[in-house]
Write a protein that binds this ligand. Sequence first.
Ligand code: EPU
Length: 423
Amino acid sequence: MGQTNEQKLYIRGGRQLNGEILVDGAKNSALVCMVAACLVNDGSEVRLYNIPRLTDIDIMIEILRKIGKTIEINEEYIGISGCIADCDVPIKLASKIRGSIYLMGLLLGIVGKVKCGLPGGDKIGPRPIDMHLSAFEMLGAKCEMMDGRVEGVVIKELVGRHIYLKYPSVGTVCNIMLIAANAKGKTIIDNAAKEPEIVDLANMMIKIGIKVTGAGTDRIVIEGKGNIRGNVDYEIIPDRIETGVFLASVAMTGGEILIKNAITRHNFPLLAILEECGTTIESNGEGIYLRSNGILKPVNVNIMPFPGVATDLQPIITTLATKCIGESVVIDYVFPERFQYIYELNCMGARIERYSNILKINGGKKMYGAEVKGNDIRSATALVCAGLIAEGETIVSGVEHLLRGYVNLENKLISLGADIVKR
Ligand code: EPU
């Protein structure tokens, strides 16, 4: 094996963070809205604003170009136009991102068939796609998994139905919404996921002429075969996970931050925890302001589907808990194996014990800089944040994961006063 030129972050901890930032557009909204824009298949354009320029987005662009869409990229927006000419998403591309799974719902709806490599994404425990496939079948498609990909075909026609989900899976709801746009009649999703990204997808679909009601509640209704039209602009919501990372970071280091474009209702679950820890929060429609003296009380956190606390914030909340004086408990009911990073935190001096999907964190102990590696977007983030509160130097590798999830994370932290060098 040759040497790699992998970049690392060198972080000197112990600095307070202070200042104002703007967060970028929500990655997971952007990915699915880019696919939804392809529901417009008459050549006209959909312009998506506030798309974060991340490596996962670049892969989605590559996939959309592969199926025949024209993508214009400029500073302000990504324009998606042209017509679908191909329903094959190669394994090599599909396996790079989880969002590739949305091509299944899109292509089954528009073309009536699809060959799509199994989706990739973060290694955060098992990520089955059984609920996606069984929903497609309920609406009239037949799907088979073979040789690392799914081959699907619409048997006669897609017809809307009442679908009850055994779990409010974000991806499954998005995929049903995408396929249902081209099914005859109404599709009703019960026990739907309520994440803000799903509301964003619904708003975008409404903008291109599809009738969607109930997004953000347990029941979403999609009326298929509407008058879908392009030549529309749509702006993606700000990223609530990025917002959470900055709020939690300042809570840990002490200091004050104003996130000027954060949407309060998307961040309520985390704000409640940060207040319980003892930070001061003000949010009045002009972003979210947080002030912390860095002395934090322990918390008990249940990670659940929205409006529960987001699983994507679980690693950073655990890191926060290492700073809370006393015992905190974090339980993840969404991805119960998303805990690889705790061994790295323990190497830095944290005292975290794991019992199945439960973490007990004996916080308030001194953390020390160490050489650590992030294996997915959110665990790499947590290690960077641990570096901010550790004594001495922390060297974080796995930085490529950060580029998948955040635009300029380290530069934004530096602008707030963090001592971080990338080399
Ligand atoms: N699940 C099934 N069967 C399915 C689908 C899901 O059992 O067919 C289970 C999963 O195993 C998991 C739970 O349902 O235990 C939740 O999975 P969900 O489908 O809600 O997640 P996802 O759609 O695969 C999206 C985000 C994730 C985020 C989760 C939960 C994208 C591209 N990914 O994944 O984001 O953690 O929702 O909010 O939207 C990240 O950004 O770092 C990330 C991992």
